[in-house]
Design a binder for this molecule. Structure first.
Ligand SMILES: [Fe+2]
Length: 264
């Protein structure tokens, strides 16, 4: 329960005010990166996957969560993917100082909801209770708030990707909001950038992540978006978006920086 949101009816547990926002010595964590090769629409080869790791490290990222899709198009086999991640660890240069966790870009369909309620840690970020959730633009389940309540009752905290649909309501319910770094920097055009800035202005963003897929356009970079965020909300909040909050997520801890969303 987030005690710095007095009056909020929150049933998902992820916030604490007992911790402080970490300083510059903290690591930079990307909780959303399609870095495993040949399993989804991410890298098509090991060479590209390894290059993505090099680019991430060059950007200052120190921990990448590999998040293959789990949706109608791409099956998700945790055991197989864990093996792939081990292979990737063995292929990158140790000096990169890049750590990895396995997560999932979890499509919230009816079937997937039942699967995750049955076996939560097949899909979570590592062994934590954080679940990166992708909402379809075309087939959003009708009772999403109820879905999130069921996930919360199972001990899971959904991390929703940027979407304007009732997002503040869900943030108020206790979901965390992840904004894609390249949306904030304008790569996807005016509309996604406006939405990202709108959410940030309302303190409704908890983490920035790359959602990288390759090395040309959808790249593993957080520093550019962090700089944009700093201009909008200041350094403390911007640091929390790429350091303190995702750092807590990969450890399964409550996020340290959890302002109450500003509801219009
Ligand atoms: Fe993704």
């Amino acid at each position: 329960m987030c005690s710095n949101r007095s009056g909020a009816n929150r049933n998902l547990n992820q916030c604490s005010v007992d911790q402080t926002v970490p300083g510059k010595d903290q690591v930079v964590i990307d909780i959303h990166c399609h870095v495993l090769p040949e399993v989804d629409d991410g890298p098509k080869s090991w060479d590209v996957a390894v290059e993505m790791c090099r680019m991430a490290a060059a950007d200052g990222i120190t921990h990448t969560v590999a998040t293959p899709h789990a949706n109608d198009r791409y099956a998700y086999d945790r055991t197989y993917l864990s093996g792939l991640l081990d292979q990737l660890r063995g292929k990158i240069d140790p000096w990169l100082r890049l750590q990895f966790s396995l997560g999932c870009d979890f499509h919230l369909s009816f079937e997937n909801l039942e699967r995750v309620l049955e076996q939560p840690h097949t899909y979570t970020i590592g062994e934590t209770n954080y679940l990166l959730v992708e909402l379809s633009n075309f087939s959003v389940p009708t009772h999403l708030s109820e879905c999130f309540t069921r996930l919360g009752d199972r001990g899971l905290t959904p991390i929703l990707q940027q979407t304007p649909q009732r997002i503040l309501e869900w943030a108020e319910q206790g979901c965390l909001i992840q904004v894609t770094a390249s949306a904030l920097t304008g790569l996807w055009g005016e509309r996604p950038e406006i939405v990202a800035r709108w959410l940030l202005d309302r303190s409704a963003v908890h983490v920035l992540a790359s959602d990288a897929h390759e090395t040309k356009r959808r790249i593993p970079n957080l520093s550019a978006a962090r700089a944009v965020a700093e201009r909008i909300v200041g350094a403390e909040y911007a640091d929390a978006l790429v350091e303190g909050n995702p750092g807590a997520i990969v450890k399964g801890m409550p996020i340290p920086y959890c302002p109450r969303p500003v509801l219009d």
